[in-house]
Write a protein that binds this ligand. Structure first.
Ligand code: FES
Length: 572
């Protein structure tokens, strides 16, 4: 079977998107003359091929339709409501296959076709009854779950110690005391994507000392998950990159399939695990897992609940970015996410649902400074705990209990166990969920210095030492042709300028580095980079030839370039 692919079938630029009207829009790809329908409702879109499910006829506007959401087939008059993608004539008959709509950062839009759409339907397995204790799901921390499936232990996304996103995120939950044994005692591990709250090198370092040959599975994303393996110095020798949408057989009863995200296919993945015919769906952080097409009635579904890691808008200050604007924006975004997750669960009807992957805290003392920072200290960065509210797993489950009471919800604490066999047999069985007694739930000690001292060493790395390497970095990043000027200022933790720190302008219209802001009208941002003040950085003259110093690869190779540690990584 061929792996699942994602193909862009129609691209519209920002101007064409602006011209889309509310309701139905008929579009043709000028390159292959294939036709599509885009339904616009405020700022959201649905799309499908202009092809009738009956015998492939073409749709036109239905002149009898009063609310502007129905199209009519020119062959035998079937009718499709494009706002719901349901055929209304014949009534209660078919659903139209949808295309994934990706809104681009530049305001353009792409229609993407996944092929096949439902790869988990291939090679179906008979569903066998699960015995008590046969399938046990244990929550460890954040996005880390341990699945005992018969005799096999499968672990997801082990972030079990250390920070994520430099010193930004720290574990909220204290993992069970035996987490090291559980990590090293697993039979296989899935890592969903490269973000450091899922791919945690401090956690994998523990694993590498005992089980460097642990089979680790990742999706075949265009941005390799383990791009930093060699530089991390963590020794792992059995990393397997698997194609999307293909069952990977573990044993007679157990298999899994990795699927891509519709919004970030280059980076994000999700997974379906199947044991004795029962499916466990983990959508992790995907914004639109598998383009929105997911299996219904799975035994267990788990997903994130907290919202993205983006610094927007919390790290913005000035202009419209007042505290009240940010609070309102975040409140609405969180509410939207909660509603989206609740309606997804209602549609998919899993037997059990568990929100996870949102248990982090900005615990480092430097972020307490941010909480208390005053306007005069901070031009740009400002975070207030009250403003930056987060969703809670309990809130999401309460909403689901209201909207889909037939779904059993689970809000675990570290070490809590779900016995899937018992839960499926009788959702009211109190034995189906067990909670550990007298264990610490929340962390109160993170050993900051161990990790932050290591990170701070990077401040004096060669890569930052040469002023004329700055243009090199921006050329590599490739972001240009925008009427935007950014001033980058290195500061101390309190946002005061760092003595001897960099302070420069970048003009993104032509990637130049002027000493003064240009006189033309332009968008302007100031970006403050906090740098550990005790670390003095040597300033050097640039070598004539910009070759990497010591064994540090050039920046161009560290992001999207070759995979390091290639010998440890194989394609399956
Ligand atoms: S092909 Fe559309 S109604 Fe028959």
């Amino acid at each position: 079977m061929d792996p699942q692919t994602a193909k862009v079938v129609l691209s519209l630029d920002a101007e064409a998107v602006d011209l889309l009207k509310e309701g139905i829009n008929f579009k043709k790809n000028p390159e292959d003359n294939k036709c599509y329908i885009i339904y616009k409702s405020e700022d959201s879109y649905r799309a499908c091929k202009n092809q009738c499910k009956h015998q492939g006829g073409q749709f036109v506007k239905d002149i009898e339709d009063l609310d502007g959401s129905t199209v009519k087939c020119t062959k035998h008059n079937w009718k499709l409501n494009v706002s719901t993608m349901k055929y209304v004539n014949p009534p209660d008959s078919f659903m139209q296959d949808e295309l994934e709509v990706e809104v681009m950062e530049d305001g353009g839009l792409q229609l993407v076709e996944l092929n096949p759409e439902d790869p988990w339907l291939s090679d179906p397995r008979e569903t066998l009854e699960l015995q008590p204790g046969e399938v046990q799901v244990t929550y460890l921390t954040h996005a880390c779950m341990e699945l005992k499936l018969g005799s096999c232990k499968f672990l997801f996304d082990p972030w079990l110690q250390g920070p994520a996103f430099a010193r930004g995120w720290w574990l909220m939950h204290e993992p069970p005391a035996d987490w090291r044994e559980r990590l090293c005692g697993a039979d296989l591990i899935y890592i969903s994507h490269m973000h450091s709250d899922h791919l945690s090198y401090p956690s994998l370092e523990v694993l590498s000392k005992k089980r460097p040959d642990m089979p680790i599975y990742v999706g075949d994303t265009s941005r390799p998950v383990f791009w930093y393996l060699k530089q991390s110095k963590v020794k792992l020798t059995n990393i397997n990159v698997v194609p999307f949408g293909i069952w990977q057989n573990v044993n007679e009863h157990l298999r899994f399939m990795i699927l891509m995200d519709g919004v970030h296919p280059e980076m994000d993945t999700c997974i379906i695990v199947q044991y004795k015919g029962h499916m466990i769906l983990n959508t992790v952080d995907c914004t639109r897992p598998n383009g929105g097409r997911l299996p219904q009635n799975v035994a267990l579904m788990m997903s994130d609940f907290a919202g993205g890691a983006s610094g927007f808008p919390m790290t913005f200050y000035g202009g419209k970015y007042t505290d009240s604007w940010k609070a309102e924006f975040i409140k609405n975004e969180r509410k939207k996410l909660l509603n989206y997750k609740a309606s997804l669960v209602k549609t998919l009807q899993p037997k059990v649902y568990c929100p996870f992957a949102g248990y982090f805290v900005e615990a480092h003392p430097s972020d307490r400074i941010i909480f208390n920072v005053t306007f005069s200290l901070c031009l740009l960065l400002q975070i207030h705990k009250e403003t930056n509210t987060k969703n809670s797993a309990a809130d999401l489950n309460a909403l689901i209990n209201k909207r889909a009471p037939e779904v059993l919800t689970w809000t675990p604490v570290p070490g809590a166990v779900l016995d899937l066999g018992l839960a499926l047999r009788d959702p009211t069985d109190s034995q189906a969920v067990s909670v550990p007694v007298q264990t610490k739930v929340y962390k109160d000690n993170w050993a900051f210095d161990v990790y932050v001292n290591e990170q701070n060493k990077a401040v004096s790395a060669d890569i930052f030492s040469y002023r004329d390497w700055i243009p090199f970095y921006y050329s590599w990043a490739g972001f240009k042709d925008y009427n935007l000027v950014v001033r980058v200022i290195e500061t101390k933790d309190d946002f005061e300028p760092l003595p001897g720190g960099y302070d420069y302008l970048v003009d993104f219209s032509d990637l130049t580095f002027p000493v003064k802001r240009p006189s033309r009208e332009h968008s302007y941002l100031e970006l403050k980079n906090r740098v550990e003040q005790d670390q003095q950085r040597p300033r050097r003259l640039s070598p004539q030839v910009l070759e990497p110093l010591s064994d540090q690869p050039p920046a161009a190779e560290t992001g999207l370039g070759p995979v390091f540690g290639e010998s440890a990584i194989q394609r399956v």
